[in-house]
Design a protein around this ligand. Sequence first.
Ligand code: NAD
Length: 376
Amino acid sequence: MKVGVPTEIKTDEYRVALTPAGVRELVDRGHDVVVESGAGEGSGLPDETYVAQGARIAPDADAVFAEAELIVKVKEPQAVEVGRLEPRHTLFTYLHLAPDPELTHGLMESGATCIAYETVEDDRGRLPLLAPMSEVAGKIATQAGAFILEKPLGGRGILLGGVPGVPAAKVKIIGGGVVGMNAAFIAIGMEADVTVFDRNIDRLRELDVALGGRADTCFSTTLTIEEHLAEADLVIGAVLVHGARAPRVVTRDQLSLMKRHAVLVDVSIDQGGCFETSRPTTHSDPTYQVDGITHYCVTNMPGAVPVTSTYALTNATMPYVLRLAADGVQRTLQGEPGFMHGLNVAAGQVTYEPIARDQGLEFVPPREALAAVAAR
Ligand SMILES: NC(=O)c1ccc[n+]([C@@H]2O[C@H](COP(=O)([O-])OP(=O)(O)OC[C@H]3O[C@@H](n4cnc5c(N)ncnc54)[C@H](O)[C@@H]3O)[C@@H](O)[C@H]2O)c1
């Protein structure tokens, strides 16, 4: 298999989809790996480190897409990258299609077979390729929130952990999955007063154990969230319904319940955002204000710490890349139901039901679409 690794071109994105260790694993199994020059630079991985493990370096992205059959990336393809995709390509990357009809249509028109990291499931229904980046994003969410609460940055001017004689800040985390739990770990470590909300009672039980009673858990309803908003200093949005547009958990009207210059961090922004007033931002310009509330809505939070994130991501993705390279997309996905869940677009059709539902498109079962790919 010819595997291609282009340089990430999303704003402030420094991760890379394959490390030299991944190149070595592929090359040792007889595959051919072509890496765009400079692709690893942002993660401290110069071209020579790839060459030393058997990769070839291509001068630009056009050359990578022209040569490779399997394209591995980190973030969703940008418009110019979508233009390079052809029916012979398999694309393996984060896609987050539910809130993005333009990208969905672009991928459908490309004819490529597109597998999304974030909807691949393991045999317990968990999301093994989203989890490592959710761990990073959860930790950053609290760090970023603590920083933005400082007065010179437009925050309320409250220290997350307080000091003896002065109470800690109140942190409300809505969604207690991987992001939420990691945000809570850091907030607890910073000695904040933490409450985690979720709709899944079993998850709340798990969190109660994992957090060792050092945070409150709360069943998430409109009323419980409203009651807590009034006292919140930092609210972290971390909800997810697999593959679907994020549910709205705070409306614009509810911002009026909050203290001025409190902070909202919307980690779910990559799935469209879970606060009504959220819109995507970048690391270069991460925040904006609505009704006196600071919003932080960076869509690629782990991109800020590529030296950690690239390894965390590729540790999880590499075994999947190896299986795709070994057996091809048809055999691999047909043999692994959890991996098949990753298929979002194939043969010009949407093959993941929540995306089709959110966008009013026809859903074509993945096996049917793969058969159409094979018949081409
Ligand atoms: N912005 C970024 O850079 C970035 C990075 C990584 C992950 N993410 C996103 O963070 C979000 C959370 O990811 P995760 O891995 O923690 O998902 P997860 O599936 O582990 O957890 C999501 C949790 O949300 C809960 N939930 C769903 N609807 C809810 C509601 N209405 N109220 C309260 N809880 C609700 C679920 O029960 C679940 O426990 C996803 O949208 C993911 O794509 C963003």
